[in-house]
Design a protein around this ligand. Sequence first.
Ligand SMILES: Cc1cc2nc3c(=O)[nH]c(=O)nc-3n(C[C@H](O)[C@H](O)[C@H](O)COP(=O)(O)OP(=O)(O)OC[C@H]3O[C@@H](n4cnc5c(N)ncnc54)[C@H](O)[C@@H]3O)c2cc1C
Length: 592
Amino acid sequence: MLTLRLLPLSFGTVVALVLAVTVRRTMERAPSAGDEHSRRTPHVAVKRADVVIIGSGLAGLMAAVHASDVDPSVRVLVLEQNAQVGGNSAKATSGMNVVRSVNGSDSVLRFVEDAMAASHHAADPKLLEIMAQQSEQVWDELQTRFGVELTDVTQLGGHSVPRSFRIPPKADGTPRPLGWTIIAAVKRIVLALPNVQVVTLARVTVLFECNDETLRSGALACIGVRAQLGSPSAEFSAPDASSEELVLYAPAVILASGGFCASRALLAKYAPQVQHLPTTNGAWARGDGLVLAERFHVGVRDLNAVQVHPTGFLSLPDISKDSVLLAPEALRGTGGILLSPRSGRRFANELAPRDVLTNLELQHGMHVLEWLDTVIPKSSTSSAASLAARAHAFLTESGKLDAFRESHVISDLRGGETPENLQPYPMVVTYLLMTPECVDHFGLGAALFYEKVGALHSFESASDAAAAMGISEAVLQEELTRYASDASSATGDRFGKTVFPHAHSFADSQRVWVGLVTPSLHYSMGGLTVNGRAELLDMRSQDPVPGLFGAGEVTGGVHGQNRLGGNALLECAVFGSIAGRNAAVFSIRRGN
Ligand SMILES: Cc1cc2nc3c(=O)[nH]c(=O)nc-3n(C[C@H](O)[C@H](O)[C@H](O)COP(=O)(O)OP(=O)(O)OC[C@H]3O[C@@H](n4cnc5c(N)ncnc54)[C@H](O)[C@@H]3O)c2cc1C
């Protein structure tokens, strides 16, 4: 462990006098916009930066822009372990929340009340207030500075008014992906800033500390990072311990490294009840920030709270992957219905909140091992088309079946002595069914993409679809007819569903689209404790750790025990900007 004593000297003097900077290889600024793969220049040392940002999701990129804005002389370095920037932010689809002053029915207070209620009153209202107050400012900036057209507004579950903004589709109806478009736009600006460098394939493994006698006796300050550098060949190629290193000193470091939904070790430690579920997150969401901050005694909160999304796609033929594609709410919002593989029937209001739907899936879905073992014989007449048969054959042929069985042998009964919130979630499967009319409304282009990657499957007739799902054709026809007729009832259906998009199309549809879906880990609500200035807090004193800032999913406080859809992107934009500004100011003060 590198521990230094920092005397009351300027940071620059201390670095010059005390620190031997070891850079065996470093990188220069990306040569042109659109290419964040920085050019490598062996044997050129980067001795220090003013602000180092770990992670290039929305929180990290917004921090870079706003640190740079403070003063053109502030040198900002973004370190990203992936070959591409964007993290999970680039995957966002549903919306970003904004309290618009022109919307008379919304207000900061209303926003805070909605988020507090959703969080089970476990969120920090002060952080929420800051987020709501600054939401219009970041919305403005996204439009005017970055050119992101965030004008389509919708009302997501748990919000009392429509305030979730998306990008309208293209003139021909093709949807424009929200997170990806925002990241591409902010990246363009970041790469054009002369005082910002983005270094990809650089995984930070250590934060350097020193005893900071300039501020308080005994307090630890963060003064830099060590990163391992990878090779630019793979999409996600976290460098190993033997790869080359970059040692970098900086008065201010911002953790913007995202959540931990892809870390089986951290899930086992903090949220063991959901550790067996696949995740909609990329493999990079390993909670590095939580581990890096440990040596500074940064507090943590709400780490048990991991949001489970009811519909992750299990793509065929390999259903054993840890990482799954999200089957977005819009698929159900445009008419998709859910069927139980057990009964072949609907079991829920498909538009119910995420946690309600997940619980119903646990009751009515089928344990994935049971599905693999029992659905095949039922559809043996057309086993070539059976989804279970395809999955089973692939797992057998690839030698993955035994390991898959082993990792999912847990009870499918949630009951007994264990408290409800600690009982393990088994992996259960259900079917998502759509007609061509639903698919057209959702976006045929996107559906064809899902089909190409094995997430959606289209069938010429309901009878073929029934065989593929291993359910009775008669039951399926009966259920579809019933659904279409329920839709015309003034009182809704037996599950409390009152909105039935394109329901009539289920009565006589020939072509049918089917997806295999399962509850999946989506978002880590908890994280490092942080104040409204994006300073990370020492758990013992509750004072800020000098030189250490945090923003985005790595921090906790805004979501409590449950996140409202659309609040993650807003959190990144608001607190990323705050972290960037405050880190730059801190760095200037320390440097002088
Ligand atoms: C499928 C999906 C859909 C979503 N849809 C929405 C939505 O519609 N609205 C909404 O508000 N939220 C949504 N979310 C949540 C939201 O997108 C993210 O949670 C949020 O943007 C997190 O941003 P971040 O910047 O904190 O982290 P990320 O965007 O995940 O970025 C973190 C980055 O840090 C890098 N990193 C991690 N550790 C290191 C290290 N040691 N060294 C260097 N780099 C490191 C990672 O590689 C990653 O690129 C969605 C999430 C998913 C998965």
